[in-house]
Design a protein around this ligand. Structure first.
Ligand SMILES: [Zn+2]
Length: 472
C-alpha cells in the first residue's frame, strides 16, 4: 500500500474543511433528513469546483494530483485507501468500505480529462467557475461530476455507520481518455486485489438526455461496440519513382482499401439494440416512431439504412460492424516507390461478434496480397439487464422522473467498462445527471458545464441508488 501525500493547495484544504464541517454537522442520526441532504448537495458543488481545478489534462495526465485530492478527503474522513502509480505521475486511488457477502459494488470514474483550448471558452477551462447557474470546467460532464457524486454517496454511506450488505469501493483511475492502459487496464493486471469480490460496477457511459421539447430519455449503458483496430500491410518491389512498375505496395493497398470502402456490412439487430430503438421511438418523432418500433423489418427495407445513416450516424452504427480508414503510410520520400505500404482501420464490431471471424472477413475482402494485423481488440461482452443492480437503477430513475423512458443502451464508443466486462463483472454506464442535448457538445468540446441543480439532485439520486443497493 502506498499513500500519496503532498502539499495540496490552500483552496483544496478549505473546500475539504467545509465538506468536513458539513459532514460533522450531519451526524449519522440526521443523515436522512432534508437538511443533511442539502448540506451534502452544497458540499458537492464546492468539491466539484475544486476537482475541476486539479489539472489532470491527458496528455500527460498527472492523475496523481487527483489522487492527492481524494486522499486528503478520505484521510479526513478516516477511511483507509490505497493508491498506485502505473508510471510517474499516473496515479490511481481506491478505497473500500467493508460489508456483507453480497457481490461488491465498485463506483468507478476516471480522473483524467482531454485538453481544452482556452481561446474557445467563456471561462478558463480549469477554473471551476460558476456562471448562469452552471459549474464550468473541463471534466464537468466527462467525468469529474460523476466522480464527486460517487464520492459523496460513498462518504454518506461511511458516515451513516450502518452495516452494509456488501463491500462498496470508490475508485478514481488514470488514462481513460487515452485507452485506460495506465489506469483500469494496468490495475487489472498489476493490482487485481482491488477488484476482489466485485460483482457490479457503476461507471460513466450512461446518458440521460433532455430534448428541447423536454422529453427525457434515460440510457443505462450495458454494452459497447467492440473496437478492433487493424493494420493492413501490402508489399511490393521497391524502386525509383521515375520508373514505375504496373504494380507496387501502394497500388495493392489502394485496391484493397477501395474494396473495403465499397463493402456494405450486413445490418443486424441485437435484442438489446432492438429494445433501445423501441425505447427511443416515441421521442424521435413521427417520421421514425413506427420504423424504430419494428427495426427487424426496417433494416431490411431498401434505402432505410442510408436514411438512418443520414439522420444519425450513431444510431446506424448500432446496427452493423463498421470500419473507418484513418491512417495511411506509404513512402517517406516522393521519388521512392516503397517496399511496403500500410493503412490503419478503426473498426467497431457489434458486441456479440466473434472477433477472429470478423478479422478473417476483412482479410478476405482485402485479398491475398494484403496482411491484416490486429493492433488491438477487446473481448465482446454484454452486461445483463436482469440483475438487482440494473433493476434498482431503472426503478430509482423511474421514480425520480416518472415521464422518462428508461432504456438499456449500447454505446458506439468505448470506456473502461470493457476491462471489467472482460472479467465477467456486470458493468453499467449510469449517470443521474439530466443533460440538455445542446450541452452534450461540451463533452471533449468547448464550454463544458453542468448545472448546479444537476449536481445537487444528482448527489441525492446517486446516494439513493448506492444506499438501496448496499443497505438491507
Ligand atoms: Zn470519460
Amino acid at each position: 500500500m502506498r499513500q500519496f501525500r503532498s502539499a495540496a493547495s490552500a483552496a483544496v484544504a478549505i473546500a475539504v474543511a467545509i465538506a468536513v464541517a458539513i459532514a460533522v454537522a450531519s451526524s449519522p442520526a440526521s443523515a436522512q433528513t432534508p437538511a443533511a441532504d442539502d448540506a451534502l448537495a452544497d458540499a458537492s458543488v464546492e468539491l466539484l469546483q475544486e476537482y475541476l481545478r486539479v489539472d489532470t489534462t491527458n496528455p500527460p495526465g498527472n492523475e496523481s494530483r487527483a489522487v492527492d485530492f481524494f486522499a486528503r478527503i478520505l484521510e479526513l474522513e478516516g477511511i483507509p485507501y490505497e493508491a498506485a502509480e502505473s508510471a510517474p505521475g499516473r496515479g490511481n486511488i481506491w478505497a473500500r468500505l467493508e460489508g456483507g457477502s453480497e457481490p461488491a459494488l465498485l463506483l468507478l470514474h476516471h480522473s483524467d480529462v482531454v485538453p481544452a483550448d482556452p481561446a474557445f471558452w467563456d471561462t478558463p477551462p480549469l477554473s471551476g467557475q460558476i456562471m448562469d447557474g452552471h459549474v464550468y470546467g473541463r471534466g464537468a460532464l466527462d467525468t469529474k461530476t460523476l466522480g464527486i457524486l460517487h464520492l459523496q454517496a460513498f462518504l454518506a454511506l461511511h458516515r451513516s455507520g450502518r452495516p452494509l450488505n456488501r463491500d462498496v469501493i470508490f475508485m478514481a483511475t488514470a488514462d481513460e481518455e487515452a485507452g485506460g492502459f495506465y489506469g483500469v487496464g494496468w490495475l487489472v493486471e498489476n493490482r487485481p486485489e482491488a477488484f476482489e469480490g466485485v460483482g457490479f460496477v457503476l461507471n460513466e457511459g450512461g446518458r440521460t438526455l433532455v430534448s428541447e421539447a423536454g422529453a427525457k430519455q434515460v440510457g443505462i449503458e450495458v454494452t459497447q461496440k467492440v473496437p478492433v483496430w487493424l493494420r493492413l500491410v501490402a508489399s511490393g518491389v521497391p524502386g525509383h519513382g521515375s520508373r514505375p512498375r504496373a504494380e507496387s505496395a501502394v497500388t495493392k493497398l489502394l485496391e484493397a482499401l477501395d474494396r473495403i470502402r465499397e463493402h456494405e456490412s450486413e445490418p443486424r439487430l441485437l435484442p438489446v439494440v432492438d429494445r433501445y430503438f423501441r425505447g427511443i421511438s416515441e421521442a424521435r418523432g413521427e417520421e421514425w416512431a413506427e420504423l424504430f418500433l419494428d427495426m427487424a423489418s426496417s433494416i431490411r427495407e431498401p434505402g432505410f439504412m442510408a436514411r438512418l445513416q443520414d439522420h444519425d450516424p450513431n444510431l446506424a452504427a448500432l446496427t452493423r460492424n463498421t470500419c473507418s480508414i484513418t491512417r495511411l503510410h506509404g513512402s517517406g520520400k516522393i521519388n521512392v516507390v516503397p517496399p511496403t505500404a500500410a493503412a490503419e482501420l478503426d473498426c467497431r464490431v457489434l458486441p456479440d461478434q466473434d472477433v477472429g471471424a470478423f478479422v478473417a472477413g476483412i482479410q478476405r475482402i482485402a485479398g491475398e496480397e494484403i496482411e491484416a494485423q490486429t493492433m488491438m481488440a477487446f473481448t465482446p461482452a454484454i452486461s445483463p439487464t436482469d440483475t438487482y443492480l440494473y433493476a434498482t437503477l431503472e426503478a430509482v430513475m423511474q421514480e425520480r422522473f416518472p415521464d422518462a423512458v428508461v432504456v438499456p443502451a449500447v454505446s458506439s464508443g468505448f470506456t473502461d467498462s470493457h476491462f471489467l466486462r472482460d472479467l465477467g463483472i456486470a458493468a453499467y454506464g449510469y449517470s443521474p445527471l439530466l443533460v440538455p442535448v445542446q450541452d452534450q457538445a461540451g463533452v471533449h468540446g468547448n464550454n463544458e458545464r453542468i448545472s448546479i441543480e444537476n449536481v445537487r439532485r444528482g448527489t441525492q439520486i446517486m446516494r439513493q441508488v448506492v444506499e438501496r443497493i448496499a443497505l438491507d
